[in-house]
Design a protein around this ligand. Sequence first.
Ligand code: SF4
Length: 460
Amino acid sequence: MTSFPEAARAELANAQLRTNLRRATETIRAKRARAVAELPDWEELREAGRAIKRQVLGNLDSYLVEFESALQAAGGRVHWARDAAEANAVVVEVARRHGADEVVKVKSLTTDEIELNEALAAAGIHALETDFAELILQLDGDWSSHILVPAIHRNRSEIRDLFARTIAPGISSNEPAALAEASRLYLRERFLEARVGVSGANFGIAETGTICVVESEGNGRMCTTLPPVLVSILGIEKLLPRFADLEVFLQLLPRSSTGERMNPYTSLWTGVTDGDGPQELHVVLLDNGRTRVLADTVGRQALHCIRCSACLNVCPVYSRTGGHAYGSIYPGPIGAILTPQLRGIDETASLPFASSLCGACYEVCPVKIDIPQVLLHLRAKVVDADGRSPKRALMHLAAWVFASPRRYVLAQRLAVLFTRPLARAGRLQKLPPPLSAWTRARDLKAPARTTFRTWWAGRR
Ligand code: SF4
């Protein structure tokens, strides 16, 4: 995996991307702030969300079994998947058994995480993305850069040009209504012909075996009701104990994600019902590293995430680099703490450092995940894992210098002596390695000629 600084450098060079990102994140941020300010009990709701998620993760084994029994009693079938390969194999088997050479899909990060589309393609089955933004990315061979607005890095004219080349030759308008109509015309027939629908899920209810998907376009409801067979893939952390718990999350999620009071479409289904909706329902309970995350008492907070994306929109790092720099379908602050834990720290060591630790993500998170705390916890793991880390050596050196006033004064004098000749107009613009890592992207104020200690001694 390309390291974050390397990937970010390429993204930062794209001025159009930065403009698109700035506009989009500012708009969503302002909408969210207005929607949240309307609720006098917002902080209590956040606290309730955190408490429910803690309860789930503390008793996950029993909630999973409860969910399985309730769903089977309602006519659904549960599959347990340890990893991506097992989950993908279930979907391929179901699609093959029903002779489907195409499945229609609801936007789902979990299916992106397990690379379901690629697995289906390898089996000769096309996975058609039906969410507007996901369709754009699929048509262009691109991938998501935002949890909620996957094509946030694209503007309307770029989308119009793409549609003209692919599904809507002759389209000339870049108005949202015209673009939506073009995708609607393209998708409608495919919905009606599909034999198998595939979805993720926002929540699964242990008490009743119910699955819940929230969305804005209605494509999700079509995928989950029109095809006679439905496969839903549910990360095991998505469970809620009781149906009544939805009351908390269906307030927290829309206000935090799209800045709306409620989601335009909230679909709930429990097993199968004669003559109504899919007649065969499969639910895949996916681990794929989640039990490993659960074992870490600090890092497990990342499993509370309800994928609202509020932390992305306030993050000063994400709003400049965009999502691709994070090298995962989970970008921004949540990606910086979730991806290293799911994939392993060796492969993703730079991600916990992709943050200024400003704490804005913690302030907006609807389930109060202390993202800065987890970032620091993971940084410590990265440093501990690398016995020869230059950072570790630097910290030891700093501790040694700070432990003695004499060494501290000497270090100050040496810093002034060696850096002043490099200063231009009071700023250091180019330092030798390893300090060049800092000055490659920004300058640094040169140390003052007179230190505080010298000045103080002179006064006395
Ligand atoms: S970490 Fe919190 S703010 Fe970020 S996406 Fe998850 S729930 Fe939303």
